[in-house]
Design a protein around this ligand. Structure first.
Ligand SMILES: [Zn+2]
Length: 75
């Protein structure tokens, strides 16, 4: 499974914080998300407000907006 596919799977589950991708050893997640957007996936980003994360610097949460397209793409 490629890193792009792994990121997509996580995003299909729930909005995902950038630090989570780091934990899953996808250090270049920003570039992968850029590529996924270029393929037509609607992924929005906003500042992480997950209560228990307690970031020292602002982090980004990514949210997948169009599940139907994704299902089609993965098939
Ligand atoms: Zn976070």
């Amino acid at each position: 499974m490629t890193q792009q596919e792994r990121i997509l799977l996580h995003l299909q589950d729930e909005p995902t914080c950038g630090t989570s991708f780091l934990n899953w050893h996808i250090p270049r997640y920003a570039a992968r998300i850029h590529e996924l957007r270029a393929k037509g996936h609607q992924i929005t980003s906003e500042r992480c407000k997950i209560e228990y994360h307690h970031h020292h610097s602002p982090q980004t949460v990514y949210t997948l907006r169009n599940h139907s397209w994704v299902t089609e793409d993965v098939r």
